[in-house]
Design a protein around this ligand. Structure first.
Ligand code: DQA
Length: 145
């Protein structure tokens, strides 16, 4: 049996590859997702979801059949108690990912509302953070199995 993992991206991440390239790199979100499918397709099933809206992300989390989530919630990581509550409500493992190193940026990015309800937090490794997030989730789920 293969685990199903959802990769959730929040607001403004649809602009990857065009947005502040010095900070977020040159890969588009589609390119990142394609690479993840190639690299992890043998080991797990992946589903991809991006939305700029908090409510849509919450609805997706509620209805998802995934075994676990890798989430880059963009600025919602620093603000959204509602997404945090949704994560707690579905009781499935989550790894929070940020492309940039939020800890050496503005103060408001140093706080994550989401990280305390995640199994872990990956920041600063550019798009490779998604790979690390998937690996960490698989390791976590296999150890529980
Ligand atoms: C980000 C970091 C957030 O602070 C920011 O609001 C983003 C992108 C990252 O991946 O580095 O939109 O989540």
């Amino acid at each position: 049996m293969k685990f199903l993992i959802s990769i959730i991206n929040g607001p403004n991440l649809n602009l990857l590859g065009r947005r502040e390239k010095i900070i977020y790199g040159t890969f588009s979100l589609d390119e990142i997702c394609e690479r993840l499918k190639i690299e992890f397709g043998k080991f797990c099933d992946l589903e991809f979801f991006q939305s700029n809206s908090e409510g849509s992300i919450i609805d997706y989390v509620h209805s998802s059949k995934s075994d676990g989530f890798v989430m880059n919630l963009g600025a919602y990581s620093h603000t959204s108690y509602a997404i945090r509550d949704a994560i707690c409500a579905v009781s499935r493992p989550v790894v929070e990912v940020h492309i940039s190193n939020v800890l050496n940026r503005e103060n408001f990015r140093h706080v994550s509302i989401i990280a305390p309800v995640c199994i872990g937090y990956v920041v600063g490794f550019r798009e490779f953070g998604y790979n690390l997030g998937i690996l960490a989730l698989l390791d976590h789920m296999l150890n529980l199995g």
